[in-house]
Design a protein around this ligand. Sequence first.
Ligand code: SAH
Length: 243
Amino acid sequence: MSGKVWLVGAGPGDPGLMTVMGMQCLRQADAVVYDRLVNPVLLKETAPHCVLIDVGKRADHHPIPQEQINAILIEQAGLGRKVVRLKGGDPFVFGRGGEEAEALARAGIACDVVPGITSAIGGLARAGIPVTHRDFASSFHVITGHLRDGKDPHNWRLLAQLEGTLVILMGMSRLADICRQLMDHGRAADTPAAVVMNASHPEQRMVLATLATLPEQSRLAGLGAPSLIVIGEVASLALLQMM
Ligand code: SAH
């Protein structure tokens, strides 16, 4: 009999931010297939017989192709195992959880999803930044900074006109370009903006600046991936926490 795969969100990093349901899945798993952003402390919750499969970056720094990860999930479930596919944050927020669910459905393998706290909301919250606030932002927009096949998928003119909070994931290597695009398309240079690195981890770090100064400030502070970029008035509220 074939097994089953649970796509489980591990939350932004602090192990306490994983859901109870996710933890139950982890404890019952026969195999766990995990990503780079998953806190390794969580793996200690697995049973002694559980097989741990790391599909984070390989030694040559290239990601394991998605097809290969799908094949691993199908193979493990095919052995009759309870498989947990453990991902940072929420599995369906830029986590390719949708692609994996599709592949499993095609292979006729049962799949269930356990949502997680996404870094885009929970990571900011741990830095004292509310993603919405009645006085400042009535919407928020979560955007990938990643280029697909070298192409920028975004309409920056449109994004610059939104009054809501912009949260950009996977954007650190393009931070200067992103801030420039938004300013060139009309977002005010003095808009509060922040970078939160390693959100919810003990080594969390943050830089608060403006759209114009954020790239330089975060470069000087030595911030890099994994970081959240947040642009909008709500970023200034993190100051309350710093006082
Ligand atoms: N599914 C994840 C996002 C995966 S994309 C989620 O819901 O959070 C990976 C990107 O998420 C990273 O490049 C970074 O921008 C962001 N990220 C994830 N965890 C983070 C953390 N603890 N601190 C800062 N950024 C984080």
